[in-house]
Design a protein around this ligand. Structure first.
Ligand code: SAM
Length: 248
């Protein structure tokens, strides 16, 4: 049977398509796209003439089954999403699940993701980190969600929309305090890229003072005061110290 390639595409800057991605997209028989018109912009940039199929949440079951048929007949299929890495808060789960069940070879063509691009520059503790993708859109549910993360034992990373980001950061200040260490990545790889690392209070001030800071695409993160591993290590050191004390 054919191979299902899962191909990462740019998160803003069209130059961020890997050499391998170009080759695979050119050579495969079908490209399953979240939005075919959106992906055409990337394909045009690289002169890729792809035979595309739209695969999104409304037709995922039907089209995934059809794509599995193509793969079983020996054709190669690439999966792309509108931006970044498929299945990272993007469609494709059903197709991948069916491919695994059918014993089809799957292969990643790695590249950009807003998640890893952000963590690579923001200098927040990533051991461990928890990625939530999109968090609840309704304000009351989001507040509850933030409260459920307390006490923070890992750095928590989210995708947030520009419509809600101010409210979201306000809630972070309320729940975790103005001194909580947070990060924000806005418009990564694009013209108005902005990376923020500081306290939640400072981020809120920045957003309130400059409405341009509320435009575009966002990744947010809150850092654990004491990550779980450090907390556990501290505990172990303390009990070791207690055990040794009588002998000193
Ligand atoms: N699969 C994508 C990835 O690997 O990053 C994520 C897709 S998700 C539908 C889109 C969300 O990712 C946006 O709402 C935003 O929160 C985040 N995002 C995507 N591109 C971004 C960028 N250039 N800068 C900051 N955040 C971005």
């Amino acid at each position: 049977s054919g191979t299902l390639f899962v191909v990462a595409t740019p998160i803003g800057n069209l130059a961020d398509l890997t050499h391998r991605a170009v080759t695979v997209l050119r050579d495969c028989d079908w490209v399953a796209c979240e939005d075919t018109r959106h992906s055409q912009r990337v394909f045009q940039e690289y002169g890729i003439q792809a035979r595309t199929i739209a695969l999104h949440q409304h037709n995922e079951h039907q089209e995934s089954a059809r794509l599995i048929g193509f793969l079983q007949s020996g054709q190669h299929v690439a999966l792309v999403s509108d931006a970044g890495t498929p299945l990272i808060s993007d469609p494709g789960f059903t197709l991948l699940q069916l491919a695994h069940e059918a014993g089809i070879t799957v292969s990643p063509i790695p590249g950009p993701s807003a998640l890893t691009a952000f963590l690579s520059v923001v200098a927040l503790n990533t051991q461990p980190f928890t990625f939530h993708g999109f968090i609840p859109a309704k304000s009351a549910q989001r507040q509850k969600f933030y409260e459920s993360l307390k006490p923070l034992t890992a750095t928590h990373v989210f995708y947030e929309s520009s419509h809600r980001v101010l409210n979201s950061v306000t809630q972070i200040v309320t729940v975790f305090g103005a001194d909580a260490v947070v990060g924000m990545g806005r418009e990564l790889t694009k013209k108005f890229e902005h990376i923020f690392r500081g306290t939640a209070g400072q981020l809120l001030d920045l957003m309130n003072s400059d409405s341009n800071q509320l435009k575009g695409e966002f990744v947010l993160a809150i850092q654990a005061e004491k990550p779980l591993v450090t907390a556990q290590l501290d505990e172990q050191i303390q009990s070791l110290a207690v055990a040794l004390t009588p002998h000193l």
